[in-house]
Every structure is written in C-alpha cells, then in structure tokens.
Design a protein around this ligand. Sequence first.
Ligand code: NI
Length: 472
Amino acid sequence: MLKKICATTAVVATVLAGGSACSSNVKNEERGASQITSSYSGVPDSFKKHMQRLAIVQDASGVSIDAQLFALKGANSLNKGIEKFALKALKDGGAFNGKKAFQPIATPESEQADLDSFISEPGASTATPTATSDAASADITLNDEIVFAGGKYVVTRATAEVNGEPSVKLFVTDVEADETFPASKLFAGEEPPSDDDLADLSYGSNALPSYQGAEKSIDELSDLGKDVTKSGSEDPVDPTANNAHATGFSCALAPCVAITYDDGPGGGDLTDKLIKTFKKHDAHATFFVIGKNVKEYPKEVKAMVDAGHEVGNHSYTHAQLNTLTEPGVEKEIKDTDKAIENAGVDKPTLLRPPYGASNRAVDDAAKTTGKHVIMWDVDTLDWKTRSTPKTVSAVKANARPGAIILMHSIHKPTVDAADTILTYLKKEGYSMVTISDLYKGSTFKTGKEYFCKGYATALCSSPEHPYVTKDS
Ligand code: NI
C-alpha cells in the first residue's frame, strides 16, 4: 500500500515526476511550494469489517426495488443521513405501500453486493450507481459508496433513481466526533457546489478532490476540505472503537429480529457461551433476568451488558404478576431493578412479565417504574421441547422482520441452538438487535405492551398502531 510510504508531511517541488510512489504530488510543483497535499491510496481492506451490507431486492406490492447499501457501524450520523435519503426514495417510489413506515424485507446475503462494490478507487468517479445488480429493470434503485476514507474522515456518495429520476447526496463524516456534513462544506467560496455539481466527486491519489471532471487545488478547499486532504495518507480511524454496541442501519430500513432470553442468569457456562456465540455473529440479544438469580450471579449480568447486550426485568421471584396487587407487582419490579443495579448495570427500561401474564395493574406498575412491557410473537417452546433442532426449526419457521423471539438462557439445548440460529438469520439478511434498538426511532412508551414491530400481524407496533395493550 502507498499509505505508509507517503507521509502526511508536505511533499513538494523536490519530488520528481514518476520517481516515487508519491509522484502524483508533482502536480503541486506546478502550483508552487505552498500547495500542501498528501497521498491517497484508497480504503484499506481492514476498514471493511466496519461496513454493514444491506440489500432490498424483492418486489414489494408491485414496486420493484434494487437497493444495495452499506452503513458504517459506529458512524451513526452518516448512517442516519443515508437512511433518510433511502427512505425518501423508497417512499417516493411507492414502496411504503400507503403505510407510514417502510416494512423492511429480508434479502439473503447471496443477493447482496460485494463489499468491494461500495468502495470507489482513487480517481474513479461514478455519477451513476455501480453496486446495483439489475438497475435497468427496477422502479427504485439505491446505492452508496465510499469516495474517500483517511484519518478521521469518510466521504460518501448516495445515489437513487426513482422511476427514472436520478438524485444524489454527498456526505463528509468526522468519524471521531460522529458528525456528518454535506460535502459542499469541503469547498471554499461563497457559492458552494450543490450535490448535483458533486455527483461525480472523486479523490485522486494526491488526496485532492475532483468534480465535474476538474481537479481542485488546495486553495479551493475550506479548512474542513484541507483537513480531509491532509488525512489522505493516514489509516482510517476505527469508527467502532470503544463501543461494544456499535450499530449500522436502524430497523427502519434494515430487517431486524430481536432475540430474547428469559429466566437467567443461570450459573455454569451458559451465559458465557451465549455471549461468545453472539460476538462471533456480530449479533445482540436482550436478557430478561430474574431478580433472585441476578443476586446469585451478578457477574453474568454485568458481562451481558459489557458485551453490548440489553438486560430487562423479569420479576424477582418469577411470579405471575397478574395475580398480584399493584403494590405487589411494583415490589417484584423494584427488587429486581435493585439487584440489577447492584450488579453494576443501569436500571432496565424493559419488563417482561413471567408467562406473558399482564393486566391493567401490571401495565400501570410498569408505567410507574418506567418500563416498556415486552412480549413476543415467536415462541420457540424451547423450555418444553428442550431440543436444539426443534428450537432451531421454530425460529426458521417463524422469523420475519420485526419479530421478537422468545427463548430461555438456562437450558443447554437452547444455548446450543444459538450458533445455528444466528448463522441462519444472518444468511437470510437479518440484523439481530436488542429490543431498544428494534424500537429506536419509533413511538415507544412506558406502561404499554409490545409484541413485534411492523405490519406483520395486528399485534405488531407500527406508526399507525404504536402499541397494543391486551385486555383494553
Ligand atoms: Ni420466565
């Protein structure tokens, strides 16, 4: 790679044309010694592990979609910008099907574009989609690609074509600060270029940007633009550093499932095994823990959260809460909260009543204690079958975007099923997220019951039906 050969420092008039890997800087000679640039050799392979692929290639209610997108895990400001652009294109193209929200569709990994197709090589400009598999036949095509990545900066282009109408948006992201700006901010002058002007933006091997076929000099760049150019020869910053829970796209665009495990922690190595398996698949779960078990195994609960998982309240004694008075329910909840906090974990915001047994008193107690009541729509019956293959089959048969899957972390056959389940879900194109991530960006109220998300069943929450309360 050129990266390490060309230092960030000024390589100026003394560089001979064609004489070194930094020969591209010879252009600076023509502009004078004050023209400080650096070199740029593209996005290193190591950066790809931070990228999340997402494809939507199925017909949704007669609308043909060919979306091939990437998000950068940990760069939430960029992901939100791309997601907003993509959701607008999907809505304009009719993919919302008259609903207020897009219902994501799971697309198998085999139909997703290669990671390489999301990366623009230095000097290669593309104003038209490059990652698409069958653009000509789709009503909506969507793509994005990295134009530049060096130091703490990433420059990204997103393109859409909706019924023949193209649109383009360019972003510059400071990955360290997780801030994203329009790419027009890269340039000096009173009238910054528009996104359309920048449609073919590219960075050459001298780390200077070009658009509309013309290369810009360092004097034409803003301070931000100069900073980006200077960082060309640096390895890109890891956007997921210090964040065990770095996410990519939200569940507004990505097909998500929330896997939940009840009744732990259980001692032995079951929790540890689950944590390792989920890490292997870059997946996250929610553990609804029983207060008295937390008191016995506090380290397991801390380990769950440290690994990026979510912990919810499953009562203190596994009581059937709808048989208790409201103060009785509150005591079960509060004692469990206390045990969880004593384990060094933040007070949970989620409650799963044992047996899914709720009533008004349970919901009211949940509201008083600041809890969302989380039910499920996929019951694996793992506690009953105690069978790894049957637990796997139950997930395969019932998983769909927005599902909340119920399992129990205290049974070995269930823990043994996790690797196969996660392999399957990932291959099908799902993101496995915590409950709070599943509902991020949606109406999510304490004291209300949630069974699933989307439009799959009447019990799912959607912008039209933000929550469902049983018995009401
Ligand atoms: Ni339970």
